[in-house]
Design a protein around this ligand. Sequence first.
Ligand SMILES: [Zn+2]
Length: 329
Amino acid sequence: MGEDVETLKRRLPLLDYLRQHNWTGHPASRSEFVGLCPLHEETRPSFYVNTRKDVFYCHGCGRGGDLIRFVQLSRGLSFRQSLACLDPEIAPEVDSSAVLKEAATFYQQQLDRRLEALDYLHRRGVHDVALLRELGIGYAPGGALRRYLTAQGYSFDVLRRLGLINARGADALYQRIMFPLRQGEHIVNLYGRSIGSAFAHRFLPGSKGGLYAWEKVRNCSEVILVEGLFDYTVLRQAGFSNVTCSLGTHLNDTQFGQLCEGQRTVYVTFDVDENQSGQQAAEQLAQRLVVHGISARHVLLPEGHDPNSFFVQGGNAHQFQSLLEAAQP
Ligand SMILES: [Zn+2]
C-alpha cells in the first residue's frame, strides 16, 4: 500500500491537484508557490506549496503535509477515505478481521449502556463481569453500527460483503447479545443471540471457525463440549475451565478434527430436548469420536434442560460435577 501511495503522489503532484481545484499560487522561490490557504479564511497569502518535496504548509493555520493529508483536511475524510476518493483502485485491501474487531468493540461499548441487554444476561444467569470482558461479549442494539464504521472509513460495500449490514443498509445484528468468534488472535465471525422474538441464532456469513476458545482447552485430557455459548458461559462462571462449544450440534470438520488432536475424554453435554434431537446428536457424535480413538461420555442433564437452564434454575457446580461423573460411554 505504501508503494501505491507513492505512485499515486508521483502521478498526481500536490500542486496539480490544487490547481485542478482552482487554487492560484504565485512563485515564491525556486521550488515554492504561495497563495491563499484553502483550509482557512484569510486575505494575505500564507499557504506555501513546496514542489520539490511535494508538500504544503500554511503559516496562518499551522497545518501542513502531503497530498493525502490535504485531502483529509480539506474534505474531512480519513486517510483511507482520502485514498479511495483520489483513486478508488488503490484503496487499501480491507482486512475483514480488523473490521469485525471494530464492530465487536462497538458492540462491547453498548453493553453497559443498555438495560435490556443487561437484563437479558441476568435472566440467562450471566453475572461475572470479568468473564464478560474476557469473552468480549457485547450488545448489538441495531441501527447504529453502520454510522460508526462508516466514520472509521469503511465503505458500504465492505460492510455489506461482511454481512454487517443488509442490502437496505440496516444493521444485520439487531437487539442481539454478541459473542466474537476467534481463531487465534483474529475474529472470524460474530454470533448474535436475539433477546427478543427474532430468530434466536444468527451468524454473519462465512465460517463459524473451529471450536470456541479451543486454545484454552486443547491440552486438557478431559474436555466438556456444549452446543451453546450461554452453556459455555455459565459453566466457565461456575468454575469449569475445561469447556468448549461447537455452536450447534453439528460439528464442522475443523471442530471434529480438534477434538481428535490428542488423547482425551470428551464429555458431550448437549441439550436434552423433548424431541430427542440433542440426545441423538450427542450419541452420534460420541460414536464418531470412539471410532477415531477418542474416549467419549454422554452427559445426561435432567429432562428439558441444557447446561444454561440447569444453572439458571439453581443447579450448582457440585451437582454438575456429579452429572459428569455419572456420564456413560
Ligand atoms: Zn491555513
